[in-house]
Design a protein around this ligand. Structure first.
Ligand code: NAP
Length: 311
């Protein structure tokens, strides 16, 4: 246990850092926000560094939260771990699967914690759904993850580049929930990925999985959804239809409410990060990113109309 709050720096002061990390850190007395490393952004009253190397050379911090795009994560994580800092990774933990194992090995060598976060797993209804599905036979699963990219990711050029994941950037949140709540592992059998002719990442994906008992699991991800947005996981069971909606916040069984809660995801993430540091442990689950990698391996690519950011 450290003799003081964990002095934490945010690396990459963008949308998720401002919307979620800062309020969650400020709400958790185990942490003290101590510095910012970001090329173009700073916060009044806090030491500011242009990048992670300058931060590590100049600031007194115990831990860093990497809130940058995934393509730069490996170099930043390695630098921070090498300097003996605990590291929290925003999702996805890296731009490739194989770059994550060296991070984990270095964290173990340096005796610091590495936490690959999956924020949707901390939504209020996810653990109750997992408990229900452990007790009841599952017939089928259908995931519908459809949102308007222009609303949620305006101007984010990195998300359309290789390693940015395209529609799998939100879709991996669904995969992080599914891999937590289902009692048996699933694997991909078929996929179709729709790439805008002018982009390097898909705008939509249809995915067919099954589990080892043959249970069908269908997923539809789409970034072209205007009007109502859908972040739903519907599970047909012997005991009724379980619906996990709003990205894991709400749970119903045959339409009857079981759980509904506020946005608790990032408060849960920072509680877990503090617990990992106190216990001297790491938490890195690669299952969601493995399924995305499988989709890129196995998926049939179809070209669709070019995507322009301005509506
Ligand atoms: P963002 O708004 O683009 O912010 C990322 C920040 O990282 C930028 O503001 C930028 O700040 C810095 N950065 C460093 N290198 C960069 C590069 N090569 N290209 C672009 N920015 C770079 O992105 P975000 O939405 O916060 O997402 C960041 C990570 O959080 C992603 O992995 C994403 O999947 C994850 N996440 C996002 C959300 C969401 O709702 N937006 C939700 C959960 C998780 P400087 O220019 O100042 O360096």
């Amino acid at each position: 246990m450290l003799p003081h709050p964990i002095r934490l720096a945010i690396v990459g002061l963008g949308k998720i850092a401002r919307d979620q990390h800062i309020p969650a850190i400020e709400g958790n007395p185990a942490f003290e926000l101590s510095a910012i490393a970001s090329r173009n952004a700073s916060l009044p009253g806090l030491p500011h560094y242009a990048d992670v190397d300058a931060l590590l050379a100049g600031a007194t911090v115990d831990a860093v939260s990497l809130c940058t795009p995934p393509q730069g994560r490996y170099a930043q994580a390695l630098a921070a771990l090498n300097a003996g800092r605990h590291v929290l990774l925003e999702k996805p933990p890296g731009a490739s699967l194989s770059e994550i194992r060296p991070m984990l090995a270095l964290a173990a060598e340096k005796r610091v914690s590495l936490f690959a976060t999956w924020h949707s797993r901390f939504a209020a209804a996810v653990e109750p759904a997992r408990a229900f599905l452990a007790q009841n036979a599952i017939r089928s699963v259908r995931v519908t993850w459809k949102e308007d990219v222009r609303h949620w990711h305006p101007g984010q050029a990195w998300i359309w580049e290789p390693g940015g994941l395209g529609v799998f950037d939100p879709g991996i949140n669904a995969l992080s929930i599914v891999t937590r709540i289902l009692p048996r592992p699933i694997f991909l059998t078929q996929a179709q990925l729709a790439f805008p002719a002018n982009r390097a990442a898909p705008i939509a994906a249809d995915l067919t999985f099954r589990d080892v008992m043959g249970t069908p699991v269908e997923m539809a991800f789409d970034w072209r959804q205007t009007g109502p947005q859908s972040w739903d996981i519907e599970v047909e069971t012997d005991a009724g239809t379980l619906l996990l909606s709003q990205g894991g916040k709400v749970l119903t069984l045959d339409g009857r409410p079981l759980v509904e809660d506020e946005d608790v995801e990032y408060a849960g993430i920072y509680r877990r990060f503090a617990a990992l540091i106190a216990a001297g442990e790491s938490d890195v689950d690669l299952a969601p990113l493995t399924h995305v990698a499988d989709a890129f391996l196995l998926g049939r690519r179809v070209d669709v109309e070019p995507f322009e950011d301005a509506a």
